[in-house]
Design a protein around this ligand. Structure first.
Ligand code: FES
Ligand SMILES: [Fe+2]
Length: 343
């Protein structure tokens, strides 16, 4: 007889939302004085920038009578609700009302928010806990300008990071050869993997570094060609069955480093779009074709080649708050994900 924890084996609608930093917008979407609304983990998040540039992420509904603040406007440093013109300061306090009455003791709920590498990331802590780590800093000296992409896909936010720890698919889905992978580090919110592989005889080293489930850096090194492609892959779950795949790609060619800046810019202006569209997007589409129709099996059946993937799934469980206190169902601490009801 099937055990009870195998019911809903593939029911993503009751899969919990993970904790961590997640990118939900690009910085250029939000000029000073602008307000935008983004879907994130089954809710709206209202992002705004005050006139002096302070970035805020707040819950969407006005504490007065529930109007949507995404329809409001910015006056100086305050966000003003469209319905009765209650104004809220950057610290969330209600500082005035439209009628001039004494403002009630009301406060906007906010999220921790960071502007990071031209992107906007918000913190998700299901039990209300504050950020447990910060996003990493990068030195982009010598790199091309980033090329960015955004796709809305069905399924789980774990697709790209799990993909990074699935060396077998590089061969069988993408047609690369002779891959070997080694988990380098598994420490707190970090998990690192190095894969060595060849593509049409050219040796390639791929460094995949995870910072929670919302950031995967992928450094693809073609040492013989003196070329490195660096990807920031920043997925976010926006609804139970929907997630956004965002990536930024930057190139660095070691042989360009001595060239004058204008020549570097001209070469990167041709090379980076060619690598992005002619190589990367084609590879990504092969993954997307799988992701769009796959299910996130709670009890996978790994083979020996899947050792990095097994390490990944064990590591990833820490981001589901319920597992921090209760562990997984049936005492299985390895690969069983919790199910919760969001209804
Ligand atoms: S609902 Fe926002 S001011 Fe009344
Ligand atoms: Fe892939």
């Amino acid at each position: 007889m099937e055990s009870p924890d195998h019911t809903n084996e593939t029911d993503l609608s009751s899969f919990p939302y993970p904790d961590g930093w997640f990118v939900i917008a690009t910085a250029t979407e939000l000029k000073p004085g602008a307000i935008i609304t983004k879907p994130f983990m089954g809710q709206d998040v209202v992002l705004y920038r005050t006139k002096t540039g302070v970035l805020r992420a707040v819950a969407p509904y006005c504490p007065h009578l529930g109007a949507h603040l995404g329809d409001g406007k910015i006056e100086g440093e305050d966000i003003v609700c469209p319905y009765h013109k209650f104004a809220f300061a950057p610290d969330g306090r209600c500082v005035r009302t439209g009628c001039g009455d004494k403002p009630p003791q009301a406060r906007l709920e906010s999220r921790h928010v960071r502007e990071w590498n031209g992107l906007i990331a918000v913190w998700q802590g299901a039990d209300g806990h504050s950020p447990e780590w910060e996003l990493p800093k990068f030195d982009w000296t010598g790199y091309s300008a980033p090329i960015r992409g955004l796709r809305v896909l069905p399924g789980s936010v774990q697709n790209p990071s799990e993909n990074g720890f699935d060396p077998a698919h590089l061969q069988h889905l993408h047609g690369w050869e002779n891959g070997t992978s080694q988990v380098q580090k598994s420490e707190g919110h970090r998990l690192d993997l190095i894969t060595r592989i060849t593509l049409k005889g050219l040796p390639i080293r791929i460094d995949v570094n995870l910072h929670g489930l919302g950031l995967m850096t992928v450094e693809v090194n073609l040492e013989r060609a003196g070329l490195q492609a660096m990807f920031l892959v920043t997925p976010a779950q926006i609804a139970p069955l929907k997630w956004t795949y965002r990536e930024s790609m930057r190139l660095r060619a070691s042989w360009l480093s001595k060239w004058p800046a204008f020549a570097q810019k001209a070469v990167y202006g041709l090379l980076a779009p060619a690598v992005y569209h002619l190589w990367y997007v084609r590879q990504l589409q092969q993954d997307i074709d799988i992701w769009e129709r796959r299910s996130f099996i709670r009890h996978p059946k790994p083979s020996a080649t899947d050792a990095p993937l097994v390490a990944y799934r064990r590591w990833s469980m820490q981001f589901y708050s319920s597992t921090k206190t209760t562990g997984s169902e049936n005492g299985d601490q390895t690969l069983v994900y919790p199910m919760i009801s969001r209804v």
